[in-house]
Design a protein around this ligand. Structure first.
Ligand code: FE
Ligand code: CA
Length: 552
């Protein structure tokens, strides 16, 4: 596959060169001295609108360079880009040039406008005689249209050391219209600090990420992964971070308890560095360019009148976790009305967005578990203070917001916990028969946690103590959805292993959520072929917050 692609790229160089204006050619020669391919990090697109999308690449001839500069000279590099309606670039619809600047890690963000709605496009970049891989992207449907369907996949938690990103490869092969990444795109640890139960299969480069150079180097290492590159090149992404893009379980301006940067000023500098590198390495709009310690990541994306995506940031503005983080049965602070996981401004923005929505489906793309999860099967309630359970008043206000706004179909999309879950959201989680107010779909990790297991004996008890939770699986994978005006079809996708390459993928469980119904209807269950139960495991452990605590 790689060989044929190289040949295709080589043959298209001549065609592209012929169309570059003469005035640009002299400048291009000046930079043709890059004697190695600068397109080692692939290409990406993101944040589609009805008239455009963001195109991304970042130049790096030596991606793992310790200084984070990817082997690039300390100079501005001219990059040509083009967009075509066909994959052979015969019908060019837009082209231009952009400067890759060292103070932006030689990243390129092209915010396209003037494209047709609901249309597939192809794009590529060129520096000197080097041509990037081709990317495929698409614009969102026209605002007033009702698209027949949207094929959207979502993923989270890709720990490079824990396994191969085979699930990303399968996402690429399924060529969805849109891909959401809900956080833990990369991990901050130095090599071997976070061990998977199955043993790490490859190593992080560099120290625990603290400085801008560290974060740039780590992002570059992740972006060299061919499976991740394939997933970026196949469709536009909507990304939001969780904690590990900065530091495990950071909260607002408060670092983790065992932080490398325990001092507040040091942590804020670290946060700013992490934000800068995140922006540089993601297909985000100018509106997300960081300013000091702040970065505007929460935003909305419309898919015609079919879907409205509210992409949330539950890290940057949250109050510190109650009771020092972890799982607690006695922690009155989790119910404190004054505590928030979104911050007041984002909460107002979100509730305004419910009221102004004309969408059939309102999807909340966000980080941490939304539904109540009681890990005690007896009368005691024991919950995680890092999740929405640690901010119950905040959760209640948002649910009341969508109930008051009469949101037709609220769907919460979640990552973080390295396990698949399917939940119905209740008006009162302590009353299993209370009104259904929405559904939550939680994706497992791409690789974090290693191979994982299909189920553990305690699962059934755990689900009995949480009757609104219908499904749990602790293998690796992603969730794919097909969204139509009538229903959402949900497939929980699994790869049976990540410690070796080339795992197959299969659907483990499927549900349908009908328009206006807010309940999960199981439509498929794959019989479990092998017994994967090797030890008694707390089904609520293995969650990101717990796993990471144990490595320290
Ligand atoms: Fe994670
Ligand atoms: Ca996390």
């Amino acid at each position: 596959m790689h060989v044929s692609r190289r040949i295709l790229l080589a043959s298209s160089v001549a065609a592209a060169a012929a169309t570059v204006p003469a005035t640009a050619r002299a400048e291009e020669r000046r930079h043709a001295t890059l004697d190695r391919d600068p397109f080692t990090l692939g290409v990406a697109s993101g944040d589609p609108a009805e008239d455009g999308v963001v195109l991304w690449t970042r130049l790096a001839t030596d991606p793992l360079a310790e200084d984070g500069m990817g082997g690039m000279p300390d100079a501005v590099i001219d990059v040509a880009w083009e967009v075509a309606s066909d994959e052979r670039f015969r019908h060019r619809v837009a082209a231009g040039r952009e400067q890759a600047r060292p103070d932006r890690g030689h990243s390129i963000h092209i915010e396209l406008t003037g494209l047709d709605p609901n249309t597939e496009y192809h794009y590529r970049f060129k520096v000197g005689h080097w041509l990037s891989p081709n990317g495929r992207t698409r614009t969102a449907p026209a605002r007033d249209s009702m698209p027949e369907q949207l094929r959207m996949s979502f993923a989270s938690c890709s720990q490079y050391e824990h396994g191969y990103f085979t699930a990303y490869r399968h996402i690429a092969d399924s060529a969805p219209d849109l891909i959401l990444h809900l956080g833990d795109y990369q991990y901050e640890y130095k090599k071997g600090m976070y061990l998977s139960a199955d043993g790490n299969v490859r190593d992080h480069e560099g120290p625990e990420t603290v400085s801008l150079a560290n974060y740039r180097q780590r992002h570059a290492q992740y972006k060299t992964d061919p499976d991740l590159q394939a997933a970026h090149a196949v469709a536009p992404w909507l990304v939001v971070w969780d904690d590990h893009e900065v530091e495990n379980n950071w909260a607002g301006e408060v670092p983790e308890e065992t932080s490398e940067t325990p001092n507040r000023e040091d942590f804020l500098a670290r946060r700013a560095a992490a934000f800068q590198a995140y922006w540089e390495n993601m297909p985000l709009r100018r509106s997300s360019v960081p300013e000091g310690i702040d970065m505007q990541l929460y935003r909305r994306v419309e898919w015609g009148r079919l879907a409205r995506f509210h992409m949330l940031d539950t890290r940057q503005y949250r109050d510190d976790q109650a009771c020092g983080d972890g799982w607690h049965s006695e922690c009155p602070d989790v119910h404190d009305e004054s505590r928030s996981i979104t911050g007041g401004a984002q909460e107002d923005w979100l509730i305004d967005g419910f009221h102004s929505s004309r969408a059939r489906w309102d999807l909340l793309g966000q980080q941490v578990f939304f539904a109540q999860r009681d890990s005690d099967i007896g009368p005691v309630k024991r919950t995680s203070t890092d999740a929405w359970d640690g901010y119950t008043a905040s959760r209640d206000r948002i649910v009341q917001g969508w109930v008051d706004a009469e949101v037709r179909n609220p769907v919460v999309l979640t990552g973080d916990v390295h396990t698949h879950w399917a939940c119905e959201l209740l008006a009162d989680f302590d009353d299993p028969d209370s009104k259904r107010v929405g559904v939550e779909l939680v994706t497992t990790s791409i690789s974090s946690g290693g191979d994982g297991v299909d189920s553990v004996p305690e699962d059934n008890q755990a689900l009995q103590a949480n009757r609104h939770i219908k499904f749990r699986n602790a293998q690796r994978g992603w969730v794919q959805t097909t969204i139509t005006p009538e229903q959402i079809d949900v497939d929980f996708q699994v790869v049976p292993f990540v410690t070796e390459q080339d795992a197959p993928a299969y659907t483990r469980r499927s549900y349908t959520v009908a328009d206006g119904d807010r309940t999960l209807h199981q439509t498929y269950d794959r019989p479990v072929e092998r017994s994967v139960i090797t030890e008694s495991t707390d089904p609520f452990a293995g969650s990101d917050e717990n796993a990471d605590d144990t490595v320290r």
